[in-house]
Structures are given as C-alpha cells and as structure tokens.
Design a protein around this ligand. Structure first.
Ligand code: ADP
Length: 492
C-alpha cells in the first residue's frame, strides 16, 4: 500500500505532545511491514537541526489563498533502511517561527493559523501529485490536516490521480477543532455554497476544520477504545458528538503504542542508570540524581511522585489544587515538569515555595528531564478530566513508575487497578472527577509503597505490560485494507 501521512508533529522534528510521538513511531511500523510511507509535515524552525540531512525536491509550486500566492517548496529526508520518507512543506513566512502553533510571549495562537494549515493541506496534495506518489490511503491527523479528506472529495473528485485514494482521520484530541471566523471560509478555496448553518464546515457560525474531516473522511479513528465511545457522548463530545454519532459505524478506537526504542529503562540515552525488572537498583540511583537536580533532600522512605504534562484544565490540575495542602501533609515529594496555562504554572511555583523540601516545579519543555523523571519517580500522577489515550502513563508502566490515573479514555484502557487480594494490577485508578477520590488513591499508593514486597510486585506487573506499536499498527493496516477492499468490491 502507498500510505500518505499528513500531520503537524513528528518526533524528532516537531513535537508539542503525544501527536508528535505517535506520528514519529507509527509510520515506521507501517514501513516495517513493507508499505510505502510518506510523512508530510511543515518545515518549522524546529526542523533546522536536520537541515543538513534534507534534500530539496525538484518542486516549485504555489498555493493560492484568497488571491495571495504563497510559494511552496519541499524537502525530503529518506529513512536509511525502510520505504519511508519525510517530506517537509516549506514556506518560511508561514513556518519559520519559534513555536509550532502559538506565540509564547502572548500565549495566543498565531493569528494566521488558518493560512498556515490551509497552505499545508493544499501543499500536501500538490506535492504528492507532483512527485507521483499516488496514495491508497491518506491518513490525516487532527485539525491541522483535516482539510485533506474534504479536498479529496470536493476538489479532486474527478482527478484521475486521486480517484482510488481513501482517507482516514485520526483524532488525537477532540478538544482542538481548528476554528476560525466565518469570513475566513473563502480562504479554503471551496465553493461558497458549502458554508451554511450545520454544513460540514460550519460550527456555531464559525469555520471548523475538524468537523469537515469528520464529515468527509472515509473512516475515523481515535486513540483508544474508551475514548472512541466517549466522544460520541455529550460529556466528552466537545459539541461534535452529534456529527460523530452520525458516523458511528465508521469510528474505531485503536490504542496508541509506545516506541520502546526511545522509552526503555535499559537503553534510555537520557538516564545515567539503566535498570530492569530483575534488578531495580538503577532506579534508586536515578532517584538520587533527580532529587539533586531538583534540589530536594534525599529521603529514603519517601515516595517521589512525578508529573509531566501540558498544564491545562484537561489534565485535572484543579483536583490537585483543591487537595494540595492535604497532599503535602503526607510523606511525599513531588517533581513536576510542564508548561501551559499561567494559573497552573503559578500554582505549582507557589507550592514549590510553600513546600520547599517536598515540591519542585520545572516550568519548561525538556525532553531529557521528562525521561529522568520517568526513571526516577516511584509514582506518576495523571488525574485527567478526559484523556484520549495518554502516553505518559504508558511510559510510566514500563519505567516501573506506578500510575495513579482517573478511569477515563485511554487511562482506563491501559492501567489495571491494583488488587490487594491477588496482587494483580498495574496502578491506582479512581472513578469520579472528585478531588477526594484522587486523594484516597494517593493515600492508598503511599501506604502500599511501604510494603516493599507488594510494591515490587506491582512494579514488576507494570513493567511487564507491552504496548508496543506492532499490534496497533496492524489494526490500522487491517482498517486500511478493508477500506480498499470495500472500494474494489464496489467497483467490480
Ligand atoms: P498530550 O498529548 O495530551 O499532551 P500525552 O501523555 O499523550 O499527552 O503525551 C505527552 C507527551 O509530551 C509525552 O511524550 C510527554 O513526555 C511529553 N511532554 C509533555 N510536557 C512535557 C514537558 N514539559 N517537557 C517534556 N516533555 C513533555
């Protein structure tokens, strides 16, 4: 199969969250099974360290947006062994900026994000045609690539080149729609007749890119089975549950995998002491080092809780806020790494000041530190309000860092509640979005931590879990193949 992947994040070139991790690993898995894969992404400033590996492609095109012409060139990096190529859509005016989506100084999204991603969606289709890569499947991720299914159905429906292409949308987080004022619709280069109340592009008077993909994609996936059900409910549907229910038969949940080449306690480049299930002593040494980095006192018998997260309402920090003083009365230490909403950055900075010997807040994005925290912590806290899949709890499992999670979305699908009577389970799971329920789980975990034998068993259970990409990638491939078979069944 020829698989075209369009995404705004790919590790190691560009990442703000789980989307980057997934789009870094999944294409490799497809290519390993022999499929021909081309991954399209914008050529951001963050790709500069890779400039010397990039080859400029012989394409000079332009994209018209509202009568303005945007120059388009493209660069490529080919995987050394696999049939996998990364293709970077280049226009420095649009992408040569310090951040992917927003101006960190103002905390606001770039005002021209509509132009930046209309350009990207059109560029992908133009370039793939120009280089003769006929996609069997166009696999598009989140709102940033969500116009491609619409363009395929509306602008390219009579184009011989794309006539057999099918599109699959993967929703990594339904909260982000790609919404713009209605007067921007003209920029999409589609007939004005397509914008009217409740049309595929219209959402409460605004233009909504994700809604368009939900309408036009041939199949829709999201990143865990539970989230696939949740998004069709009012509570989790972010206003799109109605349109999702209309596509119910075409929605499937495929759990994200983990790239265990990057997240492995035995080969992690970012940690000084490797460890394994059979010998956990390296983990203790990593803990000592992290406490040094954090400037926290060493307390042998005190569990260290780690948090690595975007600091947003989604992640349940209001629950922590409600019980913070009670939490720090427990014999715990906490290291947080995160950036995001100012109120939470301030909250953790204040907690650091108040509980100097117990709390350290690193307000930054730091991949090395993220690995060090995973390797050093005893417990990982992730009390999300909603969680499409969540990767950090899965990394935590592999690092023997016991997750405390809320039973929601992918957290519910990946963390099995600890069962005292038979020693099964991999973490602590609470149900309702209630601060006191979170508190009870922390108390339970801290108590168990002091039962060395039971805790070690729990760590080993967690470390034995396997969420490698292979299984998940196979599920995507089956979905793609079924789509193509359906197509042939219809034409014959
Ligand atoms: P989401 O995609 O909602 O942000 P996930 O748990 O799926 O949440 O993925 C988050 C990814 O981003 C993980 O790889 C995590 O380690 C990383 N991450 C989040 N915040 C930071 C940070 N401040 N520094 C380094 N890595 C971070």
């Amino acid at each position: 199969m020829n698989i075209l992947i369009a995404t705004s994040e790919v590790v190691p070139f560009a990442k703000t969250g789980g989307l980057g991790d997934v789009c870094g690993a999944l294409p490799e898995s497809f290519a390993k099974s022999g499929h021909h894969v081309k991954v399209f992404l914008p050529k951001y400033q963050s790709t500069k360290p890779f400039s010397n590996q990039m080859k400029k492609l012989d394409v000079e095109l332009d994209v018209q947006i509202n009568g303005s012409s945007f120059q388009l060139s493209a660069y490529s990096i080919k995987h050394k062994k696999l049939p996998l190529e990364y293709i970077f859509m280049s226009n420095d005016k649009l992408y040569d900026r310090p951040e992917l989506y927003m101006d960190l100084k103002t905390g606001k999204d770039y005002a021209d994000n509509d132009d930046r991603f209309i350009f990207f969606n059109q560029a992908v289709l133009k370039v793939t045609k120009e280089i003769g890569f006929k996609p069997d499947i166009a696999h598009v991720h989140d709102w940033q690539a969500a116009l491609i299914p619409a363009y395929l159905k509306l602008n390219y429906n009579n184009d011989e080149f794309f006539k057999d292409s099918k599109s699959v949308l993967t929703i990594h987080n339904l909260a982000f729609h790609g919404m713009f004022p209605n007067n921007r619709f003209g920029k999409l280069g589609l007939s004005k007749n397509l914008f009217y109340p409740v049309s595929p592009f219209e959402f409460y008077g605004k233009v909504n890119f994700l809604k368009a993909a939900i309408a036009y994609a041939d199949k829709i996936t999201t990143v865990s089975k539970t989230y696939a059900k949740e998004i069709q409910t009012e509570e989790f549907g972010c206003g799109l549950d109605g349109v999702l229910r209309e596509r119910s038969e075409d929605i499937i949940g495929i759990l994200n995998g983990v790239d265990y080449k990057i997240w492995s306690t035995t080969t992690d480049k970012h940690i000084n002491h490797s460890y394994r299930k059979q010998n956990l002593s390296g983990k203790k040494m990593n803990k000592v080092e992290l406490l040094n980095i954090a400037g926290l006192p060493h307390r042998n018998k005190t569990p260290l809780i780690g948090i690595i997260s975007r600091l947003t309402d989604q992640k349940g920090f209001d629950l922590i806020e409600k019980i913070a003083d009670k939490l720090f009365k427990l014999d715990i230490q906490l290291v947080l790494l995160g950036t995001g909403e100012e109120k939470y950055e301030t909250m953790f900075k204040e907690l650091e000041k108040k509980y100097k010997d117990k709390c350290k807040a690193f307000i930054k994005f730091d991949n090395t530190l993220a690995h060090q925290i995973e390797a050093a912590s005893d417990i990982f806290l992730m009390p999300s309000k909603y969680e499409p899949c969540g990767l950090n709890q899965i990394y935590s499992l592999r690092y023997g860092t016991i997750p405390i999670v809320r039973k929601v979305g992918g957290l519910a699908d990946t963390v099995l509640p600890f069962n005292d009577s038979d020693g099964t389970g991999t973490g602590f799971v609470f149900d309702s979005y209630e601060a006191n329920d979170l508190y009870s789980s922390v108390v339970e975990a801290v108590e168990l931590y002091h039962h060395k034998h039971a805790w070690t068993k729990l760590m080993k259970n967690a470390m034995s879990e396997d969420f490698s990409w292979k299984k998940s990638a196979e599920r995507y491939i089956i979905l793609f193949e079924n789509l193509l078979t359906e197509k042939y069944a219809k034409t014959n």
